[in-house]
Design a protein around this ligand. Structure first.
Ligand code: IPM
Ligand code: MN
Length: 365
């Protein structure tokens, strides 16, 4: 029997409780698909601080290195505690640390408006009722996030701070290929987001993406300025299939696209390295305000596990079984607070997990 090793990093806030539901779902898949998942739990974020005084301990990195994939929950603490050692820099240290350590350069962020959840979208109903299904493909280990030099200089009125936006040809090519390959399996369109009217880095970005586009004559290619893209997302999101972005623009536009679906608790993401290794995490944060109450929506974490099956383990059928189960549970009207709807069935975190497992195990799934 196939054995897959999974590093389980629940983290902070709602992380541990939604993670529990994802593991329940993976257990159900395990018996159905003749595979064995070996989970190794490790601490990250504030949860690691008390034992290690760091947000990303070497013990955790070791467990990740010995695994086939990382299933990540969320990190971050309560607003009023932001300025304590335990929480300062927790997201940057944990997430950027893992991305860099494992070369997770390709970030896939699906933003799909489920027809049963169109009511939750902040878009006007004549726009939202058409639905949309967008993939933001974000470069994750380069650009202004990591460019050197970076720092502060001088003092008084001349004190200044700076970051460097830099992309190499190789970095642009490999993320562009991820986007074009993805589009090929979807609706065949890549919109490449840049700011080539102003930034030198982005003139180069557009030039290199254009070269790659020629390798994919079957895929429609369109460059778009980032400011226009932010606007187009609200006016006509249906025009987008795959949005190819550098690190910072992808950060911003993926949040916008996610917000337009109206349900952050529903969105998974994948951060992938060359080969099959990847890290899978929900789009939303640690939501400390509702942590421990058993009310958080576990669907983003569960769908992240499905992405792990598809991209790291090549278990496409199992991933589809999970995704279909989620849609069926939503169609049956089960709702956590974040996607609450008049007449819905009030469902807690662990009941939502149970309902999805039931669908997975039922004969006609
Ligand atoms: C994200 C987050 C991170 C980012 C932060 C928390 C470091 O916003 O994953 O989108 O900017 O990449
Ligand atoms: Mn972000």
């Amino acid at each position: 029997m196939d054995v897959k090793k999974i590093a389980v990093l629940p983290g902070d806030g709602i992380g541990p409780e939604v993670m529990q539901e994802a593991l329940k779902v993976l257990d159900a898949v395990q018996s159905k698909f003749n595979v064995k998942f070996e989970y190794k739990h490790a601490l990250v974020g504030g949860a690691a601080w008390d034992d290690y005084q760091t947000h990303l301990p070497e013990d955790t990195l070791k467990i990740c290195r010995e695994s086939d994939a990382i299933l990540f929950g969320s990190v971050g603490g309560p607003v009023r505690e932001q300025d304590t050692d335990k929480w300062r820099g927790v997201e940057v240290n944990s997430l950027l640390g893992l991305r860099k350590a494992f070369g997770l350069y390709a970030n896939l962020r699906p933003a799909k408006l489920y027809s049963s959840l169109a009511f939750a979208s902040p878009l006007r109903s004549d726009i939202s009722e058409k639905g949309f299904d967008i993939w933001v493909v974000r470069e994750l280990t380069g650009g202004i996030y990591f460019g050197k030099p970076k720092g502060r200089t001088g003092d008084g009125e001349t004190e200044a701070a700076f970051d460097t936006m830099i992309y190499s040809r190789a970095e642009i090519k490999r993320i562009a290929r991820v986007a074009f390959e993805a589009a090929r399996k979807r609706r065949g369109k890549v919109t490449s987001i840049d700011k080539a009217n102003v930034l030198t880095t982005m003139v180069f970005w557009r030039q290199v993406v254009e070269e790659i586009a020629k390798e994919y004559p079957d895929v429609e290619y369109e460059p778009m300025y980032v400011d226009n893209a932010a606007m187009q997302l609200t006016k006509n999101p249906q025009q987008f299939d795959v949005m190819l972005c550098g690190n910072m623009f992808g950060d911003i536009l993926s949040d916008e696209a996610a917000a337009l679906t109206g349900s952050l608790g529903m969105l998974p993401s994948a951060s992938i390295a060359d080969g099959s290794f990847g890290m899978y995490e929900p789009g939303g944060g640690s939501a400390p305000d509702i942590a421990g109450q058993g009310v958080a929506n576990p669907i983003a974490q569960i769908l992240s596990a499905a992405m792990m099956l598809r991209y790291s383990f090549d278990m496409v059928e199992a991933a589809e079984v999970i995704e279909t189960a989620v849609e069926r549970v939503l169609n049956d009207g089960y709702r956590t607070g974040d996607i609450w709807q008049e007449g819905g069935k009030n469902t807690g975190t662990s009941e939502m997990g149970d309902r999805i497992v039931e669908k997975i195990e039922s004969k006609n799934s």
